[in-house]
Design a protein around this ligand. Structure first.
Ligand SMILES: [Zn+2]
Length: 208
């Protein structure tokens, strides 16, 4: 069985969504393209958007990762403007949006009203109340390696509806099958059905 890796940075994985590095070329397998908050260069932002727009091919699955990050150096107001611009590109191209968020979940929620396409928080590993508020606002949550050992996150996952879930390796070096196995235990469903559900979720977000 093959297991879809919703968000990763490894060129050797073709069954999933590969996140393109800034200024790199599109791949011949599904990828996401966006301006990560850490990569924002205010003096070069027009070129960064040109790169984004001109590298959306038929293999582009999503816009992202983009979003808000309280740790990077770029001012949050500027991050917000650049996030909004990417939301508008996603609306125009009818692509889902993969979101990177560090400690700015309520601000990210406030951007949801601008999005006409599904929004997925990648690498979700925060508390259950944040998950609840995101789900209430129709976000999807993509879970990664932390599920393997973080008990409170396992509880959050337990109460997250199956049709709102994705699974990913991101930058971590481990086999995604391990994560699918763990999630199938936590959710009490077979690996086959979990796999099927994730593929249905992908179809759903693809169709807006
Ligand atoms: Zn990532």
């Amino acid at each position: 069985m093959q297991f879809f890796d919703f968000h990763h940075h490894k060129k050797n994985i073709s069954y999933g969504i590969y996140n393109l590095d800034l200024e790199s070329c599109p791949e011949d397998f599904p990828y996401s393209i966006g301006i990560h908050p850490k990569d924002i260069d205010v003096n070069n932002i027009e070129n960064q958007f040109d790169w984004l727009r001109s590298n959306v091919t038929e293999n582009c699955f999503a816009i992202g990762e983009c979003g808000l990050d309280s740790i990077v150096k770029t001012d949050l107001k500027i991050q917000g403007e650049i996030f909004l611009k990417q939301i508008k590109i996603a609306n125009e191209l009818k692509k889902p949006i993969i979101i990177h968020c560090v400690r700015k979940f309520y601000e990210v929620i406030s951007f949801k009203k601008h999005a006409e396409q599904p929004m997925i928080i990648h690498g979700f590993n925060k508390k259950e109340n944040i998950a609840k508020d995101l789900l209430k606002n129709n976000f999807y949550l993509s879970f990664g390696k932390a599920v393997l050992y973080n008990l409170s996150l396992q509880n959050t996952l337990k109460s997250t509806p199956l049709d709102k879930i994705f699974l990913e390796t991101d930058n971590e070096d481990f086999n995604i099958e391990e994560l699918y196995q763990k999630v199938s235990e936590i959710k009490g469903i077979s690996l086959e059905n979990l796999n099927k559900q994730i593929l249905e979720n992908l179809e759903t977000i693809k169709n807006g």
